[in-house]
Ligand binder design. Structure first.
Ligand code: NIG
Ligand code: FE
Length: 439
């Protein structure tokens, strides 16, 4: 057969091939679908064939060949939980936390998320894009080829739309596939202090219908002569709705209202669950059949078990307790033992975890949560793809999937977890094109 690209002779080719249509759970998370001396052929931006080098070389004629001797070839990382788009920074808070203040004390005093909200509201769309672009570049350089991105630092309809526009703009100009999530329920804005339910009304009655129907609404009024309209036409609807359900943020009842309304509008559901306090958000995620429940640091055992038996993917964010200098992590081993589908994400954000690197998160997950390197890799690829609803398109090297491929300059996949603080990613292919690194 004819191919555009053949990457061959990899010391280890990790297909992370799925067993069925869903994510890998429990013991199956140890299966990387590893092919020694492996090769992958790409045609039309998709995976055409995967197998031993000898078999592919005998049958594939490729326009371009890449020798991956001594290297690991694997699917691009999917980062299923990021807050990529914001303005400013919170280095001052970081220093105050080192001196003893807690994240929630700072939040209660009007800092924390609200401090970034003030900076983001004051910034123009162009400024937000300019500040977020280097972070997206860093993500790609570290091997992320698909990422979920949340709004949540606007908290007015206009400012949340500005963040959706920033996500769209970056997605248009950049190789990384971005999945937009509406997180209007990230914090109770200071102008609604003591009136949280009124803010929930605003989310349910005005913000959600707008972010869920943007394409539809705008498609009804196409105006080809009007440049502004054309620009606006690019604005996509959010694909998911998320709520920060925790002490000092939204209650379970408020989260239920918001997520139920979002579901009715056709959005997928996500929830920041049990990061600081076990309010019952994980139970809510299972009841509402959310696509993912994220954080899960202090989830009670019965709810963790229920989550493991559900179709909801559990997303661990070990960079967050690390970033906060806390010693408590999601009990990921218990979750996997109960048959759960675990994914890993960075949680990239200016407050708790400014980290663009999935390789660092993998290294941390193996130490802090006792994952094996194979489990961590599955969690950062195929299972992460399922956590953003793209499990049939990306996350593994299987025939028909998008050719999002990494070449790592290490001889064995365990080096991804074993080493840390550097970047093992040598080259990144997105739909078959070299988009970062070099050969
Ligand atoms: O996932 N917990 C809520 N959201 C982020 C933190 C955001 C911030 O502090 O700016 C998180 O940890
Ligand atoms: Fe988060």
């Amino acid at each position: 057969m004819e191919a555009d690209l053949l990457i061959h002779s990899a010391a280890q080719l990790l297909t992370v091939a799925a067993q069925g249509r869903g994510p890998k759970r429990g013991a199956a998370m140890s299966d990387l679908g590893l092919i020694p001396d492996g090769a992958v052929a790409v045609r039309g931006g998709r995976i055409a064939r995967v197998g031993p080098t000898a078999a592919l070389r005998a049958t594939v004629r490729a326009a371009r060949e890449v020798d991956a001797s001594g290297k690991v070839v694997m699917p691009g990382f999917v980062d299923p939980h990021t807050h990529l788009v914001w303005a400013g920074d919170r280095a001052d808070e970081f220093e105050r936390r080192l001196a003893g203040a807690t994240y929630q004390e700072i939040m209660a005093a009007g800092g924390g998320i609200m401090s970034t909200v003030r900076a983001t509201r004051a910034a123009s769309l162009a400024e937000i894009v300019a500040q977020s672009r280097p972070r997206l570049e860093a993500m790609l350089a570290h091997g992320t080829t698909t990422a979920e991105v949340k709004t949540g630092y606007g908290l007015t309809l206009e400012d949340e739309l500005k963040l959706l526009d920033a996500i769209t703009f970056l997605a248009e100009e950049h190789a990384v596939t971005l999945v937009p999530t509406f997180l209007g329920a990230h914090a109770i804005p200071s102008e609604y202090l003591g009136r949280a339910d009124a803010y929930v009304d605003l989310i349910v009655e005005e913000m959600l219908p707008t972010v869920a129907h943007l394409n539809y609404r705008l498609a009804l009024v196409p105006d080809e002569d009007d440049v502004e309209e054309e620009t606006v036409n690019y604005r996509p609807a959010a694909r998911f709705c998320d709520v920060f359900c925790d002490e000092g943020a939204f209650t379970v009842e408020q989260a239920r209202r918001i997520l139920t309304a979002a579901k009715r509008l056709g959005l997928g559901l996500k929830i920041h669950a049990d990061e600081f306090a076990p309010l019952g958000a994980t139970r809510l995620a299972v009841t509402l059949r959310a696509t993912s429940a994220d954080h899960l640091v202090c989830t009670p055992p019965d709810q963790l078990q229920a989550l493991a038996r559900s179709t909801t993917v559990g997303v661990a964010l070990p960079g967050t307790p690390f970033g906060l200098g806390q010693g408590k992590y999601m009990p990921a081993r218990e979750f996997i033992a109960a048959g759960g589908a675990l994914a890993l994400a960075t949680d990239l954000n200016p407050g708790t975890c400014w980290c663009e690197s999935m390789p660092f998160i993998i290294a941390l997950a193996c130490r802090a949560m006792r994952l094996t390197p194979a489990e961590a890799i599955v969690a950062a690829t195929l299972n992460a793809a399922h956590a953003v609803g793209l499990g049939q398109k990306v996350g593994s090297l299987e025939r028909g999937k998008e050719a999002d491929i990494l070449i790592l300059d290490v001889p064995d996949h365990r080096h991804l977890a074993y080493r840390f603080g550097g970047n093992p990613v040598q080259a990144v292919f997105k739909r078959g094109d070299l988009v970062a690194g070099s050969l």
